[in-house]
Write a protein that binds this ligand. Sequence first.
Ligand SMILES: [Zn+2]
Length: 71
Amino acid sequence: MSIADTLPGESHGHIISSIINLVCPQCGGRMSEFQCEGRCCRNWLAEWEWANYATRSSKSCLSKRSGKRAW
Ligand SMILES: [Zn+2]
């Protein structure tokens, strides 16, 4: 099972902003660094790194290929 299978593409920003705000993206519970202290007790470090990488790579890919601002 890979991380990409468990998370839809549009949730990158949601995961990043939730972790920044120390709110678990899954259960909405409190977070300590990347470890959920709420109901799901999930560790989000891998998702954090993956979401950051995916967001960064897709953005740089777009700007390089279009040559002008997408927005
Ligand atoms: Zn949680």
